[in-house]
Write a protein that binds this ligand. Structure first.
Ligand code: ADP
Ligand code: MG
Length: 695
């Protein structure tokens, strides 16, 4: 393998390249624009565009694309070539500042939730200069935000950038209160750990459910599943190893800091963790990672499944969003400090996160809601649908002491006066023991574990950033007006911890007792996407986003509708796929198998041998088939019913209540048939084939 140094970022138009290729004034002007967030002067843009084009052509690019993240959750691109006609029937390679800064994709088919009337259907893309451009597959990728001409966000990146700006503004106010005049910007940082499955392409190609929906809709459990836990951190199989190596190289080339790759608990399940970076870049990089996972797998004769629950009865896949807040001077604001003053600041930021998670638990749950993720969060699997926070015993002890105004560790201390005492050392490992918590403090960052493996991390971070911005804003309002800062700070932290203690839970989140306890505490338990979405437009949420300039009410309404539409569509496609597979694959296979058995029975009977057991098997096959045919009628009727509803909310609820149970019943009968039908007659690869297909 080539050295990491020589390939890392080799296809990125990053800082080094800019320094080298841009005239000094242009470089400085660009950096200033990036810092201030102001619009880029066209004369600067022209110089940057020209340098970028020359560099990209040198890297083999012939095309460029404004790469954006529409509300579908995936990325979109339209490739244009650099080519422009020149005199004498010749062509030149052209790329202007205007084309760099602003693009107009013909993107009228992307969901807009009614934000875009068809007469102005095109919208435009705007360069996000904080996320570097890169070359991939002969194309220059320019990370952009996608807006309507009215300025409404049509993508996931615009509100993400707005939420980062919101938390920047409020965190700076708080830092100034602590006498910090150095920091000019505060950024949230994210390191998303990505889980996925790898299966053999030959198996995948024979599973219509995987092809159409990304998950298996049928399939009896294999004799062996994950019970031995022999896969977790186990030796990586050669074929997977080769895949991971190539994946790392591809990611490094485009500047993604892929760091750790290991096997997960379920057979065929793996995880990739990058080194954290600024949130909008982490989001771009995670999208790139998901894309490259798929592309590289294909080159190795495998398919990468990013669905949250590809296999029933086997662990699903999620994404752990490691999140923190840092200053531009490199200080992690969630790092407990060594001095009393640092710790007072740490405790205030910590309290802000606690308040935010409690007050906006609905938004955090909504941010990860999808038909796929419902199979993890709503079911008996990690983590539960109830949002709670884990702080670890030490930190919890500190907060309890503050709340009670009592000594933290017995005799040594008097009351724990914030800003006067040093925090006890928090052993790092003690904070990360609880793997069942959806939102865990892990030493100097929080790990939000509810995200689905296929989802963009943008939504979760938009909600988190904005909710914490709001808490910080309330704190700053109160403390800026205080006569005695220390006294006011103590009072505030104490009051807020008491008010939001209910969100802190250090026990086992998979326990049934927790569900009851959470209900007593008044915490929300939103099991499904439609349940979640009924809270989205709550006045407190609209107020939050409008106050911080992250979403207008109209933009929220659009997103609300898109999420629900997406949910219903997903369920409908799954239901139709089940009807198709049962009707055209499984049930004909069973009939043929029963017919063959019947012929065999006749032949055997002629020999005078007892055939009662075989007749019983035929009867059972026929009985289960009849049940499945009846299930198909029920499911088809449910499909028609859902299709006829136009209201998005009603449609989603009916899809959940009518389709899901009918799908489950059909599946149970088909799965029962699978285990009594010969492998050969069944014809479709089963769970064992798929889960143990990559060797
Ligand atoms: P593990 O969870 O395996 O113990 P770490 O806790 O070191 O590993 O890191 C997990 C993820 O958290 C990595 O992607 C890492 O880059 C990220 N991470 C570490 N520090 C921060 C931070 N300050 N902000 C955001 N993410 C972070
Ligand atoms: Mg971790």
């Amino acid at each position: 393998m080539t050295s990491v140094n020589s390939i890392f970022g080799s296809m990125v138009f990053g800082d080094d390249v800019m320094k080298e290729r841009l005239p000094k004034e242009t470089y400085v002007a660009l950096q200033q624009t990036i810092k201030s967030g102001a619009a880029l002067d066209i004369s600067i843009a022209n110089v940057v565009a020209s340098a970028m084009k020359e560099w990209a052509i040198g890297k083999g690019a012939t095309h460029y694309t404004h790469w954006f993240q529409p509300m579908t959750g995936i990325t979109a691109e339209k490739h244009d070539s650099f080519i422009a006609p020149a005199e004498g029937g010749k062509a030149i390679m052209e790329f202007s500042g205007k084309t760099l800064v602003k693009g107009e994709p013909d993107a009228s088919s992307f969901p807009s939730g009614g934000l875009r009337a068809t007469f102005e259907a095109r919208g435009y893309t705007a360069w996000d200069p904080t996320s570097y451009a890169f070359v991939k597959d002969g194309c220059l990728y320019i990370p952009t935000a996608f807006c309507s001409y009215g300025g409404q966000a049509l993508d996931k990146k615009t509100p993400l950038l707005r939420s980062m700006e919101a938390i920047n503004r409020q965190a700076l106010r708080v830092l100034r209160l602590f006498g910090n005049t150095e920091a000019q910007a505060v950024r949230t940082t994210v390191g998303p750990e990505q889980e996925y499955f790898l299966i053999d392409k030959a198996m995948y190609d024979r599973r219509r459910d995987l092809i159409y929906t990304g998950r298996t809709l049928f399939g009896a459990r294999a004799p062996k599943g994950q019970e031995m836990e022999d896969h977790y951190f186990g030796a990586i199989k050669p074929r997977v190893k080769a895949f991971m190596q190539e994946l790392d190289e591809e990611l490094w080339k485009v500047g993604v800091l892929a760091k750790t790759e290991h096997n997960e608990v379920a057979p065929a399940q793996h995880e990739l963790a990058p080194i954290f970076t600024t949130t909008n870049i982490a989001c771009d990089h995670n999208q790139l990672t998901m894309e490259l996972l798929k592309n590289v797998a294909a080159r190795h004769g495998m398919v990468c499944l990013l669905h949250e629950k590809p296999f029933d009865g086997v662990n699903g896949s999620g994404k752990h969003n490691n999140w923190s807040i840092s200053t531009d001077t490199g200080v992690n604001l969630l790092e407990p400090g060594d001095t009393p003053a640092d710790n007072a600041q740490f405790l205030l930021f910590l309290t802000a996160v606690i308040k935010a998670v409690d007050e906006y638990q609905d938004l955090l749950r909504i941010s990860v809601a999808s038909a796929g993720n419902d199979h993890r969060l709503g079911a008996n699997e990690a983590p539960p649908a109830i949002v709670s926070m884990f702080l670890g015993d030490e930190l919890d002890g500190v907060l309890t002491a503050i709340e009670k105004g009592a000594a933290y560790d017995g005799t040594k201390r008097g009351s724990l006066a914030i800003g006067a005492d040093v925090l006890p050392k928090l052993p790092k490992d003690s904070t990360d023991r609880n793997r069942t918590s959806p939102f865990a403090f892990t030493g100097n960052k929080f790990e939000f574990r509810m995200l689905g493996s296929s989802e963009s991390i943008a939504c979760a971070n938009i909600m988190l950033n904005t909710a914490v911005a709001e808490a910080l804003s309330c704190f700053a309002d109160e403390l800026e007006g205080a006569k005695d800062f220390s006294v006011a700070l103590n009072k505030l932290i104490r009051r807020e911890i008491s008010a939001h203690r209910r969100i802190i839970f250090n026990g086992n989140g998979y326990n049934d007792e927790w569900v009851a306890e959470a209900e007593r505490r008044g915490l929300l338990n939103l099991r499904t996407t439609p349940d979640c979405l009924t809270h989205y437009m709550d006045p407190k949420n609209v107020r939050l986003f409008e106050k911080h300039g992250v979403f207008t009410e109209q933009e929220m309404a659009a997103r609300h509708d898109i999420i629900l539409e997406n949910y219903s569509k997903t369920l409908l496609i799954e239901a139709r796929t089940m009807v198709d597979m049962a009707t055209r694959d499984y049930l004909p296979a069973v009939t043929a198998y029963a017919g063959k058995l019947a012929a065999d029975v006749n032949a055997i009977m002629a020999l005078g041998v007892n055939v009662e057991d075989k007749k019983a098997l035929i009867a059972r096959l026929c009985e289960l088939s009849s049940l499945a045919y009846a299930d198909l009628d029920v499911l088809s009727a449910a499909i028609s019913r859902v299709e006829a509803i136009s209201d998005v909310t009603e449609r989603a609820f009916i899809a959940k209540d009518a389709l899901l149970p009918a799908m489950q019943t059909l599946r149970s009968h088909i799965d029962s048939l699978e285990v009594i039908t010969s492998r050969e007659a069944w014809g479709v690869p089963g769970y064992g084939d798929m889960l143990f297909s990559v060797r």
